[in-house]
Structure formats: C-alpha cells, structure tokens
Design a protein around this ligand. Structure first.
Ligand SMILES: NC(=O)C1=CN([C@@H]2O[C@H](COP(=O)(O)OP(=O)(O)OC[C@H]3O[C@@H](n4cnc5c(N)ncnc54)[C@H](O)[C@@H]3O)[C@@H](O)[C@H]2O)C=CC1
Ligand SMILES: O=C([O-])CC(=O)C(=O)O
Length: 267
C-alpha cells in the first residue's frame, strides 16, 4: 500500500519516520506534503529512503492512502482531492470533519474512505459497540498543561493569561460543536468520540487548563443500555508540539497494521 503523509509536524514526521523504518512492512511512503521545501528536506535527510515532496493533488494521485496531519484549517484542501480520487483518507484533524457530510457523500460517490484514527483517544471500540444499542449520555473532560492551550484562538482572543494560573481553570464547557469552534486543535479526540457515539451536538465537553499537569488528560463517561463506562488517558506530550500526545502518531501506525493483519483484536 502506498502511503502519503500530508503535514510533517509532530504527528506526520513521526509517522513518516516510522513507515521509513519499516514498522508496517506492507506499506511504503509515496511522498510527503510540507509547508516549506526546507522542512521537507530536513525530514528527507533523516529517512533511509527519501521520498518526493508533493502538493496535495499529486499526493492523492500517487497514494492509495493519505494521512492528514495538517493544521486544522488545511483539512478540506487535502480531503477533497484525496476523496475525489477515490482514495483512503486517514484523518487526524477530526474536529474538521464535524458538519462535513459533503465529504462523506463525495467518498460514497467515488469509493473513497474516511478513517478517523483513534489518535490520542481510547475506547472508541466500546463506544462503537454501545452505539449498536442506545447510548444515553457521553461527557468528555479534557485537561491540559498550560503549554498545550496558550496558542488556542479562544485564549488569545479573550486575553486570558494562562501562564499566570496557579490552580486548574475551566476554560470552556459546552457541546463538542460549540467547543470545536474555539479549540480546533484540542477537540479532535472529542470529535472522534462524538462521531462514534451521540454526535457533536449531544456530546458534552469541558476543557481545563491545569498548571500542575505535565500530560494531556482526557476522561470520558458513557451511559448506555448495554453498559456504563469511564475511560481516562494521560498522554505524554510530544516534544515537537505540546498540544499533541506521542501516542497519536502510534495510533496511525497501529491502524495501518490492522489493514494487513490476519489476527485482529478489538472491534
Ligand atoms: N485525533 C487526535 O487525537 C489528534 C489530532 N491532532 C491533530 O492532528 C493535526 C496534526 O497535529 P500535529 O502534527 O501536532 O500538528 P503540527 O502543527 O505539529 O504539524 C502540522 C504540520 O503541517 C505543516 N503545514 C502547514 N501548512 C502546510 C501546507 N500548506 N502543506 C503541507 N504542510 C503544511 C506545518 O508546517 C506542520 O509541520 C492537527 O490538526 C492536530 O490538531 C493532534 C493530536 C491528537
Ligand atoms: O491529547 C492530545 O494529544 C490532543 C488533543 O487533545 C486533541 O487533539 O483533541
């Protein structure tokens, strides 16, 4: 399988390095898309097998599957050519899928597929299973170290000085739809949870800034007619982007391995 990687920041660069190391033997890197030629060259220098640098349309053509690891605002620019070409799109910026039924229709027409990676989240398997019956409530609480929230547009606009915080502070609460508008880079796990469960309007979310934390923490409470469950994950932030956990890139590799594995565990 030919894999393209769009965006070579914390997630994309690690996925590219991992594929280059042969972590998924059935998959090869078909190219990367980067913001600058310099950035692409720096990554290529560290790969055993340097790959072509491509624009989004070219990456779609040259790949069977493209990993979207871009800033949220660029999601649509990649998703459209990939799905129009009938290819697989692995989505990291899951918040950008909310309200984009047009992309699902496009994929339906072309035979393309949209795969939302588990990313930094756990338990999407249980949520999918619960959703076969009736889910009553889903609530997600995201707590982050200050570094992971200072760049959020809402924080910058509201003038809140998070660096002065001495105690945890609830920064925002509401439906995932509402929170996604203000914290697109911190709502991907909640978007994935909502897409697997009750949808973004009925999934409740809180975001907390916590100066005592060193890890991104997500807790989810679910009640349903089959089971009630509580899940929690403490992700170690990546060195390159403190808003992004290390496990995110690994979830993409695990997803690619599943494509080809004879034994699959979990839904
Ligand atoms: N689903 C999940 O659980 C998670 C999702 N994410 C999301 O995944 C996405 C990627 O995350 P990170 O790697 O941490 O972000 P990042 O900011 O480290 O990387 C994004 C990369 O895209 C590059 N870029 C900018 N303009 C570009 C262009 N025109 N063409 C190609 N590349 C361009 C940037 O230079 C940067 O290298 C973000 O939207 C983030 O919010 C992050 C963590 C967890
Ligand atoms: O925890 C993480 O790594 C990222 C996160 O909050 C998100 O994208 O929703």
């Amino acid at each position: 399988m030919r894999i393209g990687v769009a965006g070579i920041g914390a997630v994309g660069a690690e996925v590219a390095r991992s594929l280059d190391r042969g972590d998924v033997p059935e998959c090869g890197l078909s190219g990367i898309a980067a913001r600058t030629a310099k950035k692409a060259a720096a990554l290529n220098e560290n790969l055993r097998h340097p790959v072509p640098v491509r624009d989004f349309a070219d990456l779609a053509e040259a790949s069977d599957c493209v990993i979207e690891a871009l800033p949220p605002a660029l999601f649509g620019d990649l998703a459209e050519p990939v799905l129009r070409a009938g290819k697989h799109l692995i989505v990291l910026s899951a918040s950008q899928l909310l309200g984009r039924d047009d992309l699902i229709s496009l994929a339906d027409e072309t035979g393309g597929r949209i795969l939302v990676a588990s990313g930094a989240m756990l338990g999407l398997d249980a949520l999918n299973a619960a959703n076969v019956g009736k889910i009553h409530t889903v609530k997600i609480v995201t707590r982050k170290p200050i570094d992971g929230l200072v760049k959020a547009p809402f924080v910058a606009r509201s003038g809140i000085d998070l660096t002065a915080l001495r105690e945890p502070m609830q920064v925002i609460a509401g439906s995932v739809t509402e929170v996604a508008r203000e914290f697109p880079a911190n709502v991907n796990v909640a978007a994935a949870i909502s897409l697997a469960g009750l949808g973004p309007d009925r999934t409740h979310m809180e975001v907390w800034a916590d100066p005592s934390l060193t890890r991104n923490t997500h807790s989810v409470e679910v009640t349903s007619d089959s089971s009630d469950f509580t899940m929690s994950i403490q992700g170690r932030p990546s060195a390159e982007n403190p808003a992004t956990g290390i496990i995110t890139a690994r979830s993409v590799i695990a997803l690619l391995r599943r494509f080809h594995s004879t034994l699959q565990v979990g839904t």
